[in-house]
Design a protein. Structure first.
Lengths: 111, 114
């Protein structure tokens, strides 16, 4: 079964607006990762946040992790049309090296 | 580094035919994963190799699917005989042997079985 579940399933915004996507999971994790997938392409790793971290930044991306709520959020600030893609969270638990992916959030940024 | 390389990018085959998908992981990455992506099921792990050894193949749908990793720089996923329900995008991903790094995905092979 898939551990991470993204919310919302789809998000449509205007260029310049911020986009927030959420990921919930069920069991304790070692780390949580966010990926982007452009149409017809493979997944691209964006950010990894460890279970003892609460927030990480990378350019216009901000990821938060709340282990008490078993949830994470990905914020894309000042979105661009090029940010249009599907975004997935993946969790790693225990001693496993096998990431478990959610179903993804489809983001459309209108120019 | 050219990244994870998969071939072919597209494959159209008739039901019952054998299909072989290929993957070259990034040099130095000793963990390799095969995933299948469909609209219905999302991303499903098929098999995981570590140091060329299959560690977890519980996601392999049935005996029609087999995967090999004869050396650190090459892996194959074979479907024999293929069926229309095998139509999907198949991804290969690799990572160094640590959970602190992300996973690098190939561009995928889009398989259509008619």
């Amino acid at each position: 079964s898939q551990q991470g579940e993204e919310d919302p399933q789809a998000l449509s915004i205007q260029e310049g607006e911020n986009a927030t996507m959420n990921c919930s999971y069920k069991t304790s994790i070692n780390n949580l990762q966010w990926y982007r997938q452009n149409s017809g392409r493979g997944l691209v790793h964006l950010i990894l946040i460890r279970s003892n971290e609460r927030e990480k930044h990378s350019g216009r991306l901000r990821v938060t992790l709340d282990t008490s709520k078993k949830s994470s959020s990905l914020l894309i600030t000042a979105s661009r049309a090029a940010d249009t893609a599907s975004y997935f969270c993946a969790t790693l638990s225990g001693g496993s090296y096998i990431p478990t992916f959610g179903r993804g959030t489809s983001l459309i940024v209108h120019p | 580094d050219a990244g994870v390389i998969q071939s072919p990018r597209h494959e159209v085959t008739e039901m019952g035919q054998e299909v072989t998908l290929r993957c070259k992981p990034i040099s130095g990455h000793n963990s390799l994963f095969w995933y299948r992506q469909t609209m219905m099921r999302g991303l499903e792990l098929l098999i995981y190799f570590n140091n060329n050894v299959p560690i977890d193949d519980s996601g392999m749908p049935e005996d029609r699917f087999s995967a090999k990793m004869p050396n650190a720089s090459f892996s194959t996923l074979k479907i024999q005989p293929s069926e229309p329900r095998d139509s999907a995008v198949y991804f290969c991903a690799s990572t160094p042997d640590s959970s602190i790094y992300g996973y690098t995905f190939g561009s995928g092979t889009r398989l259509t079985v008619v």
